[in-house]
Design a protein around this ligand. Structure first.
Ligand code: SAH
Length: 347
């Protein structure tokens, strides 16, 4: 692999080696790392020798993974949608959701996506490229920095639920998971990180085997293979049974409750029969189901279930002992759904 020019891609040990190779004393690495995880650019690094900083700049190194180019705050619920630019001109998006218990940032893991789910805006143009670990971390760091100036706690929770399929960018995502909880860095508790996947079963198993423990969130959206294949092309590769086998393995290995996302599509996956099938599917597994009213994406044409239907579906699941909530749809006035804002801006 070509040498990374993004300093935020390095963990503290790698940065120490790098700084040493630059001929600088060891304590400079600590200073530099502190600036990087604060989201600073080179010009702010006043305690470093100017000569060293100039050398980094002249050699094309970068300190920041992303730059915030747009910020849209919801008037309804304080949710903030961010648009970031990458060094090569690509644009990605993210969301900050403010809850009573903390601030959750939703980060993107790829520019575009290969999965092409029938309701999602991110996959409309396919995959452009993977993000590096530092570009994923850069989103957290940039938003943290923006909020640190206000009376705010900054980012406490992370969900890998923005554009892209995290497990389709496995190595970079694993490195990100290590970086974000690094004791010398952002120190975000491993318990506060969730990873959402359309269900790449081999990678779910591998993640557990590799010792990572994010809350595993499965975008299920259908209780059987037939329907799932209609809305998620990945269902042709992995069956619902494969998914259940993988998450059981993940639970046994990590002890972490599994979350299922179920976006409610009007007249499609919101029938009584679907609820019955779904309840049977998750029976006996330590899990929770989030029902999400589908966000309408113009290019996709699918619509949300009615409120009444959603609550009927929920009641049916509950009657069968399933733990379930209807997720508040946040930021719907600011193109909050996956890939929507980016598309609007690109056009
Ligand atoms: N690729 C990963 C993470 C990105 S999508 C995954 O599939 O989980 C994040 C979540 O938003 C997924 O559950 C996805 O299915 C859902 N999603 C995408 N478009 C949506 C829309 N228009 N309305 C509601 N949920 C949507």
């Amino acid at each position: 692999m070509a040498e990374s020019k993004l300093l935020l891609d390095m963990n503290s040990d790698e940065l120490s080696d790098f700084v040493k190779d630059c001929g600088q004393p060891a304590f400079r690495a600590k200073q530099l790392y502190e600036w990087l995880v604060k989201g600073a650019d080179f010009d702010e690094m006043k305690n470093l020798p100017m000569q060293f900083v100039d050398k980094l700049k002249n050699e094309g190194y970068r300190a920041q993974g992303v730059k915030i180019i747009k910020r849209l705050e919801s008037q309804k619920d304080g949710t903030v949608k961010y648009l970031y630019s990458l060094f090569d001109g690509n644009v990605i998006e993210g969301v900050l959701m403010r809850y009573k218990y903390g601030n959750t940032i939703c980060v993107s893991t790829q520019v575009g996506c290969r999965m092409n789910c029938a309701f999602c805006a991110s996959g409309l143009d396919g995959l452009v490229r993977n993000l590096t670990a530092g570009e994923i971390l850069g989103q957290v760091v940039a938003v943290n920095r923006e909020n640190a100036t206000k009376d705010d706690r900054g980012v406490t929770n992370i969900v890998l639920m923005g554009s892209g399929e995290p497990l389709d960018n496995y190595d970079n995502v694993c490195k990100f998971l290590s970086l974000v909880s690094d004791e010398k860095g952002l120190k975000i508790s491993k318990r506060n990180v969730s990873l959402s996947t359309c269900g790449l079963c081999d990678k779910i198993v591998q993640l557990a085997d590799d010792g990572f423990t994010p809350t595993m969130t499965i975008s299920l959206h259908a209780p059987n293979d037939e329907m799932r294949k209609e809305i998620m092309p990945i269902a042709k590769k992995y069956s619902v049974k494969d998914i259940m086998r993988a998450v059981k393995y993940y639970f046994d290995k990590t002890g972490r409750r599994i979350i299922f996302e179920y976006s409610m599509i009007g007249g499609k996956n919101d029938t009584e029969e679907c609820a019955v099938q779904l309840a049977a599917l998750v029976k006996g597994l330590s899990c929770h189901i989030n029902l999400i009213p589908l966000n309408y994406v113009k290019e996709r044409g699918l619509g949300a279930s009615g409120k009444k239907n959603i609550y009927k579906f929920k009641a049916l699941l509950e009657s069968k002992g399933v733990s379930v909530t209807v997720r508040r749809s946040m930021g719907s006035d600011i193109e909050g759904a996956c890939g929507q804002l980016r598309r609007k801006v690109l056009k």
